[in-house]
Design a protein around this ligand. Sequence first.
Ligand SMILES: NC(=O)c1ccc[n+]([C@@H]2O[C@H](COP(=O)([O-])OP(=O)(O)OC[C@H]3O[C@@H](n4cnc5c(N)ncnc54)[C@H](O)[C@@H]3O)[C@@H](O)[C@H]2O)c1
Length: 340
Amino acid sequence: MNGIEMKKYGILLIGCGHIGTQHIEGIYYRDNINVYAVVDTNLEKAKLTAKKYNAKHFGTDYHEFISSPEVDIVIIATYTSTHLLILKDSLANGKHVLCEKPIAGNLEDGIEFRDLVKNTKQKVLVALVLRHNTSYNTMKKLIDDGEIGELKIVRVSHSHHSTDWERDKALLADCSPVVDCGVHYFDVMQWFTGSKIVEVSGFGNKTEADAPRNNYTFSTVKLDNGCIGFFEAGWGNTIATLNVKEFIGTKGRITLTMRDNRVSDREEGDLISIYYHEGREYRTLNVDSEYKNMYGQIETLIDMIENDSPGSPTMDEVFEAFYVTIKADEAINNSTVIKL
Ligand SMILES: NC(=O)c1ccc[n+]([C@@H]2O[C@H](COP(=O)([O-])OP(=O)(O)OC[C@H]3O[C@@H](n4cnc5c(N)ncnc54)[C@H](O)[C@@H]3O)[C@@H](O)[C@H]2O)c1
């Protein structure tokens, strides 16, 4: 030790469900993290999470903890429709925020969220976790290095078979799959090309009678540089899980197979396969990449706090991807093509 004490960041986790648990799992044991409190409206979930991850406090109402001087960072991992209100409460109490995507379920709330973030001195990072994923950063570099020529087509399918329809239904109450998950992949399309999505269209449907809105959406997009893409997403009891992540260029293509989809080589990591048309050759990379790099996200936020760095993605990039999803949803619902 050089005599300088490492700052420990006090964490308040709000929402101990699917993604909240992954956040705390990825950070609770780190030297610079102190899990101050975990909160869920379901007391039992909060209690178990506190016990498992050694939180000092737990409860059902975040107002009980949010003003504590021991809290530096609030992690918002609740339903999408609650993100804006909890952001406001966090900022009003002088806290930094790591907020789950999407920022909101509708455009008005999304604009308010963006404006609040841009006008506060506290730091806010929105969890577009693929920005912190080693495989995605490797693919971005391969594209930037010209390995596949000019990127022309992006193909993304990201659907899953529902194992807990009640939970999926609660998420669908706030937004459709194109908004919920499209924020990740429209951001990837804009990040990888350095271009902007300028046109959206698509279609959607309900496969469950009690789905609050389309639980399946297929969106098509055009980017300003001539690249096109599709994003297919759905969750339901009769939908199969499908993962397609493919980037097609003028000289070749890149295909990502996640570790979990590699039946016999899972231990190798993610598989990035590069096809070069000239020579008709393949190159494969095994990438030891954590799908949801939760500590990487917190490290990014801490760097924003300590060094005033812009974060990745920036609030403008987050909002741009969110705006595309809202317009894509509108295009699907009205069977129109929308130019942005
Ligand atoms: N980044 C990703 O890859 C990713 C993946 C899944 C979900 N998400 C996002 O994370 C958010 C949560 O999704 P999930 O899958 O974890 O849902 P979930 O239903 O598994 O968990 C949400 C939890 O929040 C709790 N909760 C709701 N309102 C609350 C409040 N006001 N105070 C305290 N607790 C509250 C619920 O009881 C529940 O336990 C959504 O916005 C979703 O879109 C992101």
